[in-house]
Design a protein around this ligand. Structure first.
Ligand code: DOR
Ligand code: ZN
Length: 379
């Protein structure tokens, strides 16, 4: 066995579901998938109903996530298509979340905004978290222009095309505080896989060409693309096989093993993994280095084949079924407690802590009891 240790792996981009979409998956089931995949914390996106765009939406998510989470977590606030709240409300909400997500393209949920509203949100967002962008090529340039104009910190989520990588490179050369994450599905699949995978290859942004995929790998190797994020988005098989199929694929169970496999194949130095799945997301999200008792051990030589049975995600399918991987998570320890051992989840729902507690407490009426209990787990 050859063990790689990753300290404090964080997935900055997941859609855990729960609440009104508990039929797809729950906070408990998907944080189990996170632990099985080697992650000790996840950042949940706002597009699951009720959308996380205001104090009631945030309160509901914090309450249910607090009860269900087996790993640590944070929550993204969503830009509300109905318009920005008052600056006071925005400042309060901003303190309880890891960042503000802007949906500037069509996808799952009801949060799509236009260019004008995107600009308005970028202008008023007080931080301290970053602005996260969901967009395809058309809006990425506009996002970069607005970040430069208002001097704000931004993150391009699931960067998917050679064009977007070239825009990102230029923005970085111009000195903009901008980062980007790439998903395992955009790194591993292309539009050519649609024939074989059908709805398992349908997501937003869509899969690109082989040239797009190569630009993403090259961006990752050169450091232009900063991190890997799964965009974990479970849907029931029935929803995926409906017409049209729901957008999105699960990724938490398989991301780290796919990256170790890539390293074994010489596509990426193994030493880069710590930066790609832990250090860079932590920097983006304003999280300190993980405590010494929060880590993941991966057997970098273990060979296995992804199957529906091997997944902890409630959706029970993956675009990577049948992939032969070299690299398997063997143990996860969270704040000194064994979390995942011998392919079993051993942490109960509710152990996960909100990593933005200080701030969550300041948003009035947020179901405080839960947050207070959680804070005691933190060392
Ligand atoms: O494919 C996607 N699915 N892309 C997104 O941006 C959202 C996600 C979902 O929530 O299903
Ligand atoms: Zn997403």
């Amino acid at each position: 066995m050859s063990l790689l240790r990753i300290d404090g792996a964080v997935d900055p981009h997941v859609h855990l579901r729960g609440m009104e979409w508990s039929h797809k998956a729950t906070f408990s089931s998907e944080t189990a998938a996170a632990l099985a995949g080697g992650y000790t914390a996840v950042m949940d996106m706002p597009n699951t109903p009720p959308p996380t765009v205001d104090a009631p939406g945030l309160a509901r998510k914090m309450r249910e996530l607090g009860e269900g989470a087996r790993c640590d977590y944070g929550v993204w606030l969503g830009a509300d298509p109905a318009g920005a709240p008052t600056p006071e409300t925005m400042t309060k909400l901003a303190r309880g979340v890891c960042g503000l997500k802007l949906y500037c393209g069509h996808t799952t949920g009801t949060l799509e905004i236009d260019r004008e509203l995107m600009g308005a949100y970028i202008k008023v967002w007080p931080g301290p978290g970053p602005l996260g962008l969901h967009a395809e090529d058309d809006m990425i340039g506009a996002f970069i222009d607005d970040l430069a104009r208002w001097r704000k910190r931004g993150h391009i989520c699931h960067i998917h095309s050679a064009y977007a990588v070239s825009r990102l490179r230029r923005a970085k050369e111009d000195g903009l505080p901008i980062t980007a994450g790439v998903t395992p599905h955009h790194l591993y699949l292309t539009e050519r896989d649609l024939d074989a995978l059908g709805p398992k290859a349908v997501m937003k942004p869509p899969l690109g060409t082989a040239a797009d995929r190569e630009a993403l790998w090259e961006g990752l190797r050169s450091g232009v693309v900063d991190m890997v994020e799964t965009d974990h988005a479970p849907h029931t098989w029935q929803e995926k096989t409906a017409q049209p199929p729901a957008f999105g694929v699960p990724g938490l169970d398989t991301c780290l093993p796919l990256l170790v496999t890539a390293a074994n194949e010489g596509r990426l130095p193994l030493e880069r993994l710590q930066a790609l799945v832990a250090d860079a997301p932590r920097l983006l999200l304003g999280l300190p280095a993980a405590d010494p008792d929060t880590f993941t051990l991966i057997d970098t030589k273990a060979r296995w084949t992804v199957s529906a049975d091997s997944l902890k995600t409630a959706c029970g399918w993956s675009p990577f079924e049948g992939f032969e991987l070299t690299g398997r998570v063997v143990k996860v320890v969270l704040r000194g407690r064994a979390a995942y051992v011998d392919a079993r989840i051993v942490l109960e729902p509710g152990f996960g802590a909100n990593l933005y507690t200080e701030t969550a407490g300041s948003v009035a009426d947020l179901g405080r009891g839960r947050e207070e209990t959680k804070a005691s787990h933190k060392t």
